[in-house]
Each structure stands twice: as structure tokens, then as C-alpha cells.
Design a protein around this ligand. Sequence first.
Ligand SMILES: [Zn+2]
Length: 328
Amino acid sequence: MRLFTFLLACLLLSGLSYAQTTPPKRPLPIIDVHVHAMRVSPSFSIEMCPWFLKDMPGSDPGQPVNAFLNGECVDPLQPAKSDQEMQEAVLATMERLNMTIIAYGDPQILHKWKKAAPDRVIPGIGVSSPDEMTVKAFTDSLSSGFYKVMGEVAPQYRGLSPSDMSLDQYFAVAEKLNVPVGIHMGTGGNGMANLTQPKYRASLGRPFLLEDVLARHPKLKIWVMHAGYPMLDEMIALMGANAYVYVDLAGFIWSYPQAEIHAYLKRLVQAGFGKRILYGTDFMIWPKLFEASISVIENADYLSFDQKRDILFNNAVRFFRLDASKFK
Ligand SMILES: [Zn+2]
């Protein structure tokens, strides 16, 4: 018994000296390529249950439309209540997870985040339709040096194909300035066309619609946001034909049923594209969404440690031409 007490004391003491001399170990770095820097708005400040689309409601046009999100579960994620709370939560999460984000959205919010965490925020600017910004204004913004990425580009919500000629000059600028482009392709949740986006067309999320813009701009680096979900065969065929196209896993990773997410991701890896998959959250207003979404990758038992590291970090370093030594 005395020996046991002695051993326990040794163990505690050695643990204590270890804690005193060794700095806390930082987790392996993560790059999240799909973060929205949003203003907190009271009308959108609602609780959310991840993977809520596992049970899409049966609806009728005679009934009120179903909400875009669902907060009916045991432990819904809480939204940030103010811009300040949001910024503090995002910064704390980036520190805790050793995470760098590619973020786009409200320019003022983005500037604040960048100022507060210059090494952890890579800003992007998106154009989804020519009425949002002239080509000159877009060129000037990119040339300012603040923005390193073009995204999120979401012509699908405007009823446009990504290869629509009205967007072509913007892509030409990105190609010339060597700026990678993220294009929304695929999912929009349940009933997007009935809810707020009457021009949204599922068919405009087909990955093959990127072929013309890729052919016109052979040096353009495009990543397909939301991995073109659910059009897996077209996605695989497009990536096979175009060696520089990558995908991100944002949005569907926390909204669709988990078995469906894993089936999609597993097939992309099985088809040989493990080096072209980027981790992305599609973060909006719920600080805990980062950890909830990353856990999907960490719990994917069909992925090796190296495959997870590729998705969470290495592929983004390669795609965005970053310096890996800066992330230690
Ligand atoms: Zn999107």
C-alpha cells in the first residue's frame, strides 16, 4: 500500500514537472477553405441542429414553407449574438484548433478578422453576377493585395451557369492574377427554389457546366464548392478530365445525413482523388460548427491518418500555393 502511495506521488510529481517544462502541444494545423464572414443579423440568429436534412419534411404548396434550418434537437448549436461575440469565438476556435481560414463575405467584418489574426485569415472576394461589381472594380480589389482568393462565386443562385459569358471577364482576371477560384456547385438545402432563391436551379449545379470555363481559361485554378453534391459521377468525370480541379466538402458535411456524407466522400477517395479534396465548413453563425464538421473527417474510419491530413491541411497548402513551414 505504501509503495503504491509512493508510486502515485512520483507519478503526480513527474506529471507536474512535465507540465511546467513542456509548452502545450499545438494540434496539427488545419485549413478551412470555406468560411463566411457574416454580420450577425437578428432575423438569421437561430439555433441549428447539424445533419438536420436526415429527415426532409413532406410538404405541400398550400402549407407555409418549411424553415431552411432546423433547431429541433436535444442540443442545437447556438448562434453568436453579436459581431463582437462572433469574432471572439472564431478567433478562439482558430487558436484552439491551430486553424487557418479562407474567408469571404462582409468586407468590414473580414478586415476586422484579418487585423485581429493576420496569419490565420486569408481573405477572398466573390462575384456571382455582373450586376454586383464591374470588372474594373473587381480587378482593383484583387490588385489591392488584400484578397488572395476569388470566392464564393455562386451563379447557381442567380439562375446562371458558371460558364455564362457574363462572368467570363472576371474569371479572365483571376486567371491572369493567378488567383484561385471557388465556385458553388450543387446543393442548396431543402426547397431552396421555394424559399428565398426563386432563380435557383438544381441543374445549374452540374459539374459538367464548368467544362467551358475551364477550356477557355486553361490556367485558372478552380475548386468546386460542396463537391458538386450530389452529382458524384459528373464530379469524378470532371476531375478526371481536368487535372487542376479540386473540391471542398463544405455545407453538406454538416447538413445532410452522415451516412450520405460518408458515402460521397468515400467514393471520391476510392475513385483516386484523395489529393484533390479540401476541408471546408461553410461556417456562418454557429461557432461550434467548426468542431462538429471537423469531427466528420476525424471519425471517418475508411480514411488513413495521411488521407485525413491531406484533406485537413496538405491539399490546401498545395492548391493555394502556401508555405507549409509557416503553419508549424
Ligand atoms: Zn455555397
